[in-house]
Each structure stands twice: as C-alpha cells, then as structure tokens.
Design a binder for this molecule. Structure first.
Ligand SMILES: Cc1cc2nc3c(=O)[nH]c(=O)nc-3n(C[C@H](O)[C@H](O)[C@H](O)COP(=O)(O)OP(=O)(O)OC[C@H]3O[C@@H](n4cnc5c(N)ncnc54)[C@H](O)[C@@H]3O)c2cc1C
Length: 574
C-alpha cells in the first residue's frame, strides 16, 4: 500500500504576501490623527493606503529580487572606452522610482506639489510614508535619506548660486532628471574619529580640487555628494575640516576626476551600491564657512540619524505584523500559535519595542517641525531625541527582527521570506552613521553641552496624564532623567549606553501615555497599556525570579483592536 501523502494545500503555511501594511496596522491611522492636521490627513489617506498595498505586495517582491541581484561596477564599455558605471537590477530601479518619483519622499520636505499638496509636507508625513516604505525595502532608504538630508544641508549653508544650480535636480520627481545625493566622509583612518580625515582640498582658482581615498561611499554613483576634506594648511582634527559639494558630472558635461575602486560585499542593503572611491583632483565646491565644515556636516549626519531611527521603527513594525500574522494562522498542538501563553509573551515583547520606537519617532518629527520653525527649546530637545532614537531603536531592531524571525519557525531562516532580509538590514542601522557607542556618547554630549535635558524634562512632565497612572510614571521618568544628567555631567563614559537607554524608554513611556490619553477620547486606550509595559519592563526594577504579569496585557493588546479607557483602568489596577 502506498504511504499517504498530505496534499500540499492542506499542509500549506500561512502566507502574508499581499496584505496591506497600512491597513493591517490598526494603530497607524489613529496616530496620524494625532500628528497630522485633519485636512492634510484626509488628503493623504488614499496615498497611505496605496503605499501600504504596494509595500505588502509588489515592493516586497521587488526588494527580494533586488537583494538577490546586487549591483555591478563596470570600468570599460564593450568598445574599449574607459568609462565607469554601476549596473543596478531593474527591480532596484523600480524601487527607486516608487520612492523618489511616485511618492517624492526625498522632495516632499523641500517644495510644494508633492502628492498634490501645495506646500512642503511636514516631517511627520515624510517619516510616516518612509516608515511604511521601509517595511518592504531598506536599501533605497539610504539614497532617499542622503538626498533629502543633503538638500537640507545645502539649502542651509550653501552659497545661493550653488543652491540654485543643484536644488531643482535634487527635488525632481521625474526619474530621468533626478539628482541623487550621498555623503563621503569615512576613510580608513577616520570612521568614528572623523577628525582623522586626511583627504586634501587644494584651492584651484575659484573652486577646489580634492585628493584622497573615501572608504565607505553608499549610493556610490549619486549625482552629488557632501565630502569632508582638509584644506592645505588647516589645523588637525575636526576643526580643520571643510565641507564640499562634489558633482559626479561637471557643468561642461565631462566626468569629474574620481573613481570607484570596488563595491563592498555587504551583509545587508545588498541591492544598494556602497563603494570605495579615490578622489584624483576632483573638482568640488565649498559649502558654507571653510572652518565650520564638520559643524555643518553634523546637520546632515543628524538628519540621517533620525532617518535611521525611523527605519528601525518601520522594520520592527514589519517584523511584528508578520509575527502576528503567523501567530494567528499557524496551528501547533491543535491551537493557533497566538493562543499559546509563551508565544503571547514573546509577541508582546516584540510589540513593546516596535511601538515604543514608533511613538518616539512621531514625537521627534513633531519636535523637528517646531525646531525648524525657530523654537529654541524644541531645537535642544530634537538635538537629544535624534541620537536617542538612532541608538536605541536601531539596537532594538536587531532583537525584534530576530525574535520575529523565530515566530515563523524554520521558514523564518529561509531567504524566500522577508524575515532574514529584515534581520540582515537591521544590523546595519546601529553601525552606520555612528555606532552604538558613538551615538550614546553623543546623547551625553547633547545633555552636557546644550542643556538638552533642561528642555526635555518639562516636556516629559507635560506629557504625563493627570491621573493615577501619570503619577506612577512620574517617579521612574524623573529617575531616568536624573541618571542621564549625572552620567553626562560626570563624563561617566562607561554608563553612557545605560543612561541613554533609560532616557529613551522614559521618553517612550511618556509619549505613549500622552498618545494613549488622547486616543482614549476616540475609544482606544491601548497605548496607555503599552506605556505601562515600557514602565514595567524597561524602567522599574525587576526580580528575575518573580512571575511576570503581562498576560492580562497580552489579552488586550495582541488582538490589536480598540481597548476602552475603563478596561485599561481595570487592567492597570490588577
Ligand atoms: C554598509 C555601510 C555603508 C556605509 N556608508 C557610508 C557612507 O555612505 N558614507 C560614509 O561616510 N560612511 C559610511 N559608512 C561608514 C560608517 O559610518 C562607519 O563604518 C562607522 O561610522 C564606524 O566607523 P569605523 O568603521 O571606522 O569603525 P571604528 O571607528 O574603527 O570603530 C570600531 C569600534 O570602536 C568603537 N569606538 C570608537 N570610538 C569609541 C569611543 N570613543 N568609545 C567607545 N567605543 C568606540 C565603535 O563603537 C566600534 O564598535 C558605511 C558603513 C557601512 C558598514
């Protein structure tokens, strides 16, 4: 007798492909309601819905294809002409097209007319769209962020004639006329320690010529790059660095004098070219003051760090959406996974990290808008919120994506699902644009040099709900602020990460509580529970041998449906 084979359809694994990553995420629309004005939100609703569908479907498939087909560097044409170009897979091209052209993600902060809105769109909108896009594709988000932040830095510090020449291309939505941006800063002897940059800048008439070797150049074939170099005779360290705009093609149409020596073979962002570039007397234009190159570059670095934090939040949300989907559909021991107590606990832990990051991201976007409008206290707050989000969310993304991969079991480890790509990409976030140590030290610098906590603390107090739960939060939040203040003031480097971690979760607990209180008015107080979870798991002392009490939270949070204020109060009292 033949052995009975279970038909494939009966044994089929749950497959989330094609879900709408916007509408499958029940908190998204409500949060937009808190951070984006009503008219604008209504106008953008169909765009969010369409991008959610694309991200869970076509973009996800394109990202998988692009990931399997990394770019190639060519040095010569088939007719023997010495000309360099980077060949990118059509799937990557299409991913770029959706981001830069269809959604104008790099242009929307700089001019009106993107997505049919007459004015530039606020940071909360930009980050919300990118948060959705990155759930499908991480690689393209580097060129996107580089183009957006280079444009900002150029507009802030560049000579008006230089801005006028490059701004139209940088904010173009026509894909063939678009100029993308990059940042060439790191050298073999100058990574974290940027003051070690040895690339020379030599005055040549009105322009400059650059000579040196840039060791990590992402978006290597970008139309323009911001480059740090040291003019001959300038002092050592960061003080002697000047900032230059380096065009790939000169105004007369000839190629500028620099070459890619090779492309890096990377763990993640495999579809986006990161090169090693040698500058051989390349013509470049000075940006801003010659003696303030590094200070000006920090503007671009900070924007890019904020973007990294946003991407980490987005990747964690994708990981959570996938994990919840699997848990609701995969059956083991006669039950769906989500019915199993230990699995519920794991899902809740992923949710805590993902939702904390999303709230800090939206809050930072609102502070950035206030800061750009001239609010000095907001400027100091965003100065510390930026490295906080970059440091902690990027670290949490490593864990959340790894834990979510395990929820899919063996398939999670297989490259035809999104989990492995998410894990690989998530590890990059905490390395580039400053490693965890460097960014945690920057949190402490912002506190010490700019009095950032003097501006942040009253804002945190203000966000705490005026009720018993708000009072419960007040002590631990105050303790985290005091610890960060002490560590920064004493230059106690060894505790910088611990202090930055505490401060991040204090901010997260306060923002979640504030959002939760406001959303409670619309009938959903889930974010109050998330705030309570952050408090319990990240801010309060815990006995490693005591039984955790999250089960009751899992009942309320994992179905991702609205929970009333009364239910929340009941749960918090238990
Ligand atoms: C895929 C990829 C793409 C990149 N793209 C770009 C790009 O487009 N443009 C660009 O300019 N750069 C880019 N980088 C470079 C990146 O920003 C640097 O690699 C990063 O800043 C670290 O520098 P480093 O590699 O020299 O490491 P190092 O500076 O040598 O650091 C090594 C270790 O020492 C630690 N460390 C250093 N100083 C301290 C300290 N004071 N206290 C405690 N620990 C410390 C670091 O945390 C790290 O763990 C890219 C990197 C990668 C991996």
């Amino acid at each position: 007798m033949k052995p009975e084979i279970v038909p494939a359809a009966q044994a089929a694994l749950p497959d989330s492909r094609g879900i709408n990553l916007y509408s499958a995420d029940p908190s998204f629309a409500g949060l937009l309601g808190l951070y984006v004005g009503d008219d604008l939100r209504r106008h953008l609703a169909p765009h969010f819905d369409r991008l959610g569908a694309l991200a869970g479907g076509d973009l996800d498939q394109l990202a998988a294809t692009a990931d399997r087909n990394p770019p190639e560097l060519h040095h010569r044409t088939r007719t023997g002409e010495n000309r360099q170009w980077i060949e990118k897979h059509p799937a990557y091209r299409r991913l770029e097209e959706v981001a830069f052209s269809e959604y104008g993600l790099a242009a929307m902060s700089h001019r009106g007319g993107v997505l049919g809105w007459p004015k530039p769109l606020p940071p909360a909108v930009k980050y919300a769209f990118s948060y959705l896009y990155v759930q499908a594709e991480f690689g393209v988000c580097c060129p996107l962020s580089m183009t957006d932040s280079l444009t900002r830095t150029l507009r802030k510090f560049g000579d008006p004639a230089l801005v006028a020449r490059y701004l139209p291309g940088l904010t173009e939505q026509d894909f063939d006329s678009l100029t993308q941006g990059a940042m060439f800063m790191t050298e073999q002897g100058a990574g974290s320690d940027v003051g070690g940059v040895v690339t020379r800048a030599v005055k040549d008439g009105g322009d400059w010529r650059l000579y040196g070797d840039k060791w990590f150049c992402s978006n290597a074939d970008a139309g323009v790059a911001m480059v740090l170099a040291r003019p001959d005779g300038a002092p050592a360290g960061t003080k002697g660095l000047a900032l230059f705009l380096l065009p790939r093609v000169l105004p007369d149409g000839s190629a500028n004098s620099y070459r890619s020596l090779r492309l890096k073979e990377k763990l993640g962002t495999r579809d986006m070219p990161s090169g090693e570039i040698v500058l051989e007397g390349a013509r470049a234009y000075l940006v801003g003051d010659q003696g303030r190159g590094f200070v000006q570059m920090t503007d671009m670095i900070n924007m890019s760090r904020l973007s990294n934090g946003m991407r980490a939040a987005g990747m964690m949300r994708r990981a959570l959406t996938e994990a919840l989907f699997i848990a609701r559909h995969r059956v083991a021991f006669g039950k769906t996974l989500i019915e199993l107590p230990l699995m519920r606990r794991q899902l809740l832990k992923i949710m805590l990290l993902a939702e904390a990051a999303r709230s800090v991201m939206f809050h930072a976007a609102a502070e950035l808008e206030r800061s750009d409008a001239g609010d000095e206290a907001a400027r100091r707050r965003i100065r510390v919120l930026t490295p906080l989000l970059k440091f902690r969310a990027c670290r949490d993304a490593r864990r959340a994506t790894g834990d979510a991969m395990e929820v899919r079991g063996g398939c999670g480890y297989i490259e035809e699902w999104s989990d492995a790509r998410l894990v690989r990409d998530a590890h990059l976030g905490s390395i580039w644009e400053g490693t965890s140590n460097i960014v945690a030290l920057d949190v402490m610098r912002a506190i010490r040099r700019e009095g950032a906590l003097d501006a942040l603390q009253p804002a945190l107090e203000e966000m705490l709900p005026r009720d018993a739960f708000g009072e419960t939060l007040r002590g631990p939040v105050g303790r985290a602020v005091a610890f960060a203040h002490d560590v920064a003031g004493k230059r106690d480097e060894i505790h910088s990460r611990q202090a930055a971690t505490g401060l991040y979760y204090a901010v997260a607990a306060a923002v979640l509580a504030s959002e939760g209180s406001r959303l409670a008015a619309t009938g959903d107080a889930r974010r109050l529970l998330l705030s309570a979870l952050v408090l319990q798991h990240r801010l309060q002392p815990r006995d490693p041998l005591a039984r955790a009490s999250e089960d009751r939270f899992a009942e309320a949070l994992l179905p991702e449906t609205a929970v009333s204020h009364e239910q929340v109060n009941q749960l918090l009292k238990k």
